[in-house]
Design a protein around this ligand. Structure first.
Ligand code: NDP
Length: 326
């Protein structure tokens, strides 16, 4: 049991582009936001090398640098950025209760969830090695595909994301080899026919990844095995893309919030509102379609504005701060 309960107006959970953008808007609206960074301060972008598609950075910026800039901007307006992991919530009453590291209890008028999603990887040691080295393993074709222009790449997965990403890569790369572990796709008919009808995409069915090959620095190929014939072979490639799904980081909310069957928080269309008054969601925790830093930032802004309006409606002495709409 907590010794003292802290009361705050706006609690933001998560420190990716969604969380920090929500913080910038909430802080400028005088909501005195407290932001908990979570296990991976900076979120998924800290595992990306170069971000070239976030507007306003004509020369690109590294993921970690961009997150430091966002944190600085949030702190400039006095966001209270803290280390800590939210382990439990109780959204059953008017006051939203949140526990940090199992012990500290916070009561907040509004909560903005920006906990993101985690890309799934195969878990092979060779895959993890080149992922950590930034040497050619990626879970985001839209983020990293550009670095493989006119090169040969491999993508693993057979769902809508894999098809969409393979098609995206096919427009940049010389050749895309798609590894499908079963003898059929999971993707919708339209998505799978798109990849089947693209000349520079080769589809290998019943195929498992055995090892991501490299020279110690960068990826040079992939060793695969046909799980029906047992035959192995090597595919030359400079990029290895993994598109086998994402897991939204929403487990602790499942007793209170409406989630879709894969765990994404369901927001009211066109807003950041959840089914619980005063609890809002932004970023990839609710978005399995776009999953971009810029869309996450946009929904972070929406969440802060929705939270501010909620506070204003609840308490007429709380004025909507017009500067947030500038
Ligand atoms: P899915 O869960 O739909 O698909 C994951 C794919 O990865 C499956 O084909 C699965 O194979 C494969 N896979 C899983 N683990 C492994 C492994 N260890 N080795 C090899 N392959 C593996 O995830 P998505 O991200 O594709 O889609 C998530 C949701 O988002 C879906 O509802 C999808 O429809 C939606 N979406 C919609 C889009 C659109 O409409 N534009 C775009 C992107 C996503 P298997 O089939 O054998 O299980």
């Amino acid at each position: 049991m907590s010794e003292t309960i802290e009361k705050v107006k706006c609690l933001i959970i998560g420190s990716g582009p969604a969380g920090y953008t929500a913080a910038i808007y909430a802080a400028r609206a005088n909501m005195k936001p407290v932001l908990y960074q979570g296990m991976q301060p900076g979120g998924q972008l800290t595992t990306t090398n170069e971000v070239e598609n976030f507007p306003g950075y004509p020369d690109g910026i590294t993921g970690p640098e961009m997150m430091m800039e966002l944190q600085k901007q949030a702190e400039r307006f006095e966001t209270d950025v803290r280390n800590g992991w939210i382990t439990k919530v109780d959204f059953s009453g008017d006051i939203h209760k949140v526990w940090v590291n199992e012990t500290k209890e916070i009561h907040s008028d509004t909560v903005i969830i920006s906990t993101g999603a985690t890309a799934k990887y195969l878990g092979l040691p060779s895959e993890q090695k080149y992922l950590k080295l930034g040497g050619g393993v990626s879970a985001c074709a839209i983020c990293d595909g550009f670095f493989y222009r006119n090169q040969e790449v491999v993508i693993v997965g057979a769902g809508d994301s894999a098809c969409e990403e393979a098609h995206y890569l096919s427009k940049l790369c010389k050749k895309v080899t798609m590894l499908v572990r079963r003898d059929e796709f999971r993707a919708s008919k339209i998505m799978r026919s798109r990849v089947k009808n693209t000349q520079n995409i080769e589809i290998l069915y019943n195929t498992d990844t055995q090892e991501v090959l490299g020279d110690g620095q960068v990826v040079t190929g992939v060793r695969v095995k046909n799980n029906v014939t047992g035959i192995e072979h090597e595919i030359p490639a400079t990029g290895f893309f993994v598109a086998i799904g994402h897991k939204p980081n929403t487990d602790i909310f499942k007793d209170f919030l409406n989630l879709d069957p894969t765990g994404y928080i369901i927001n009211k269309p066109g807003t950041a509102k959840t089914n619980v008054e005063g609890v809002f969601v932004s970023g990839d925790a609710a978005d399995h379609v776009y999953r971009q830093a810029v869309t996450a930032a946009g929904t972070g802004c929406m969440a802060a504005l929705d939270a501010e309006r909620y506070l204003a409606a609840k308490d007429s002495s709380y004025e909507v701060h017009t500067s947030t709409y500038n």
